[in-house]
Design a binder for this molecule. Structure first.
Ligand code: G3H
Ligand code: ZN
Length: 278
C-alpha cells in the first residue's frame, strides 16, 4: 500500500472514532517493527520522524525506506514530520513524499509562532498536506529537543492561533511530558476547556508513560493523535543492552536486530490495543 495522505488519515480516524498513535522511527529496525505492528493490529496510524532524528539520514532515505517497507501492508499509514524545526526541513520532507507535517515553533513568542506556522501551512496546503502546530511548551527531553520551561497551553490563545494559522491539528501542553525522566500529570479540566474552543483535533505528545486509561479518557475530548517515542526506543536499546550484559563478546548483529524488531513490534501492538481498546 502507498503512504496515505494525512488529510485522508484524519478522515479515517474520525470515521472509525480512533485516536491514532504516531510512532517515532529513526532507523530500519524501528520502521519494520512499526509497520508490522500496524499490519498485525489491522489499524492504521502515523509513522513519524523528528527533525533531530532526520540528521542521522535524510528525508529521502526515510521516505524511500518507509514506502518500501509499506509495500505489502494493507492498513493506512501516513509518514509524518515530527517537531519540524525549520522551513527547510518541511520543504525537504514534502519533496521526499512525507504525507503529514508538524511545524514546531512553540519555543517562539506567540506572534512569531503564528507567522512560522502560517507560512508552513500555506506551503503544505498547496501540496495537499495537513499541518500540526504546537501551542504551549511541552516539558521533558526528546533527543536534542529539550524544553526548559513547561508552559501549559493557554486556552485564551487557542482560537486566535487556529484562526490565524489555519493549522489542521493542534499539539497541546496539559501536563504531558517528553521522555521518561519526568512524570506526566494530565490536566483534564484544561483539556476539556481547550477541546471546547478548538475547531481542529488535538494531539498529545509524550505518550510514553501516560497511563492508558488517561489516554482513553483524553480521546473523548477531540484527541486525534498520541505520539510515542521513548517507549519503543527503550525496547530497541534494551535488546542490545541485555545481550551485552549476558555476553560482553556478543557480536551477532543480525539475530539481535531481528530480536529488537520483535521487541519493538510487541510494544507497538500493545500500545495500539490499549489506546483504542477497552
Ligand atoms: O514527538 C514525539 C513524542 O512526543 C514522543 O514522546 O518519547 O515521551 O513518547 P515520548
Ligand atoms: Zn513530541
Amino acid at each position: 500500500m502507498q503512504l496515505v495522505n494525512g488529510f485522508k488519515l484524519m478522515d479515517y480516524a474520525r470515521e472509525k472514532q480512533l485516536v491514532l498513535p504516531a510512532f517515532n522511527t529513526t532507523n530500519y529496525e524501528l520502521t519494520a517493527a512499526i509497520i508490522k505492528g500496524y499490519q498485525v493490529a489491522g489499524l492504521g496510524g502515523y509513522i513519524a520522524i523528528s527533525s533531530s532524528n532526520l540528521k542521522l539520514s535524510s528525508p529521502k532515505i526515510i521516505a524511500d525506506m518507509v514506502k518500501s517497507t509499506m509495500k505489502d501492508a494493507s492498513v493506512p499509514v501516513a509518514l509524518h514530520l515530527d517537531h519540524g524545526k525549520s522551513f527547510e526541513d518541511v520543504k525537504a520532507c514534502i519533496e521526499a513524499g512525507f504525507t503529514s507535517i508538524m511545524v514546531d515553533a512553540s519555543h517562539l513568542p506567540f506572534e512569531e509562532n503564528i507567522q512560522e506556522v502560517r507560512k508552513t501551512v500555506e506551503y503544505c496546503h498547496f501540496y495537499g498536506i495537513p499541518v500540526e502546530a504546537e501551542l504551549g511548551a511541552i516539558g521533558g527531553k526528546e533527543d536534542d529537543h529539550i524544553s526548559e520551561e513547561d508552559a501549559k497551553t493557554n486556552p485564551e490563545d487557542v482560537k486566535e492561533f487556529i484562526d490565524r494559522t489555519n493549522c489542521d491539528m493542534l499539539a497541546i501542553s496539559i501536563g504531558n511530558v517528553h521522555g521518561m525522566d519526568l512524570s506526566p500529570n494530565l490536566d483534564f479540566p484544561l483539556l476539556e476547556e481547550i477541546a471546547t474552543i478548538s475547531s481542529v483535533p488535538l494531539v498529545l505528545h509524550g505518550g510514553s508513560g501516560i497511563p492508558f486509561d488517561q489516554v482513553r479518557k483524553a480521546k473523548q475530548h477531540n484527541l486525534i493523535k498520541v505520539n510515542y517515542g521513548s517507549d519503543l526506543r527503550q525496547a530497541f536499546i534494551r535488546t542490545f543492552g541485555q545481550a551485552y550484559e549476558n555476553n560482553n563478546n556478543e557480536f551477532d548483529i543480525m539475530s539481535l536486530s531481528k530480536l529488537a524488531i520483535e521487541n519493538v513490534e510487541e510494544r507497538v501492538e500493545a500500545i495500539i490495543a490499549e489506546v483504542n481498546g477497552k
